[in-house]
Write a protein that binds this ligand. Sequence first.
Ligand SMILES: NC(=O)c1ccc[n+]([C@@H]2O[C@H](COP(=O)([O-])OP(=O)(O)OC[C@H]3O[C@@H](n4cnc5c(N)ncnc54)[C@H](OP(=O)(O)O)[C@@H]3O)[C@@H](O)[C@H]2O)c1
Length: 300
Amino acid sequence: MRVLITGAAGMLGRDVEEVARHAGHDVVALARADLDITDAGAVHHAVAAVAPDTVINCAAWTDVDLAETEEAQATLINGDGAGHLAAAAAETGAHIVHVSTDYVFDGTKPTAYVETDAVSPASSYGRSKEAGERVLRAATPRHVILRTSWVYSEFGHNFLKTILRLAATRDELRIVADQRGCPTSTLDLAEAVLSIAPRLIAGEDVWGTYHFAGSGVTTWHGFASRIAAAQTPFTGRTPRVTPITTAEYPLPARRPANSELDCSLFARIFGIRARPWTEETDRITRVLVEAQVGTTQHVA
Ligand SMILES: NC(=O)c1ccc[n+]([C@@H]2O[C@H](COP(=O)([O-])OP(=O)(O)OC[C@H]3O[C@@H](n4cnc5c(N)ncnc54)[C@H](OP(=O)(O)O)[C@@H]3O)[C@@H](O)[C@H]2O)c1
């Protein structure tokens, strides 16, 4: 299977590339410097030249707070850029797998969101990603949109890495406890993304929109507490993790109070569920802290 990955230097893009290569696929991985998805001509040229079976779009504007003042730029990437890729894929007969977000929902539903729930983004980032879903659906029926949430990884900027950095220097971490969601490791997500394309290539009618996120639900406070506990055996540090409210930690963009995604449709159709979020959180924390401790010892 020949896959074209965009946004290949991002958190998810890196793992999608690695998992795809490991599975023996023929991979063309393009970072932003190789292909800017807002450049329609370059997108059409690249997709035609690579002639992939599947385009996997991992490129996105992901700075949720900056999007509040830069919505046009965020929409250019998350909306128009996704549309250029979908149009180019349609022209060449390729499928497209596109990653979207829990932020297309406003978070007011008391239970987990299913794919058919009405979207109602409450932030600029959410609106830009919802625009991407719409243009993608309009451009080609041969698409899968995978909504995910609270993504973390060994690489890039993410909540887990921020908590580890703070745990190394602070005795108290004050973390929001009134937003709930499903932390999702890029490795689980990459495996889910790559399980889709072979089914599309086999001609199965599995097109559409799905939810995929780490198994289990927690709050940012619960996530931080788990990370803090997982680093203690390696560092000996035991910072106190204090629950606070969203109102006590104001940010430019409104976050959904409930981000829980019901992933049972994806599990039923593709046979894959993410590992419990606690498992991947412990593993990645261990990998990062061991690397850090190793570096420190080496330097000393
Ligand atoms: N992170 C989360 O918590 C989260 C939650 C839900 C859904 N998602 C979705 O998951 C997907 C993967 O995100 P991620 O977490 O891997 O984010 P990420 O680490 O920020 O990766 C996004 C990548 O896209 C690149 N990019 C930005 N503008 C581009 C453009 N015009 N053309 C080509 N590439 C461009 C970025 O390059 P530069 O760094 O050079 O700008 C970056 O390498 C995105 O669709 C995101 O919306 C993420």
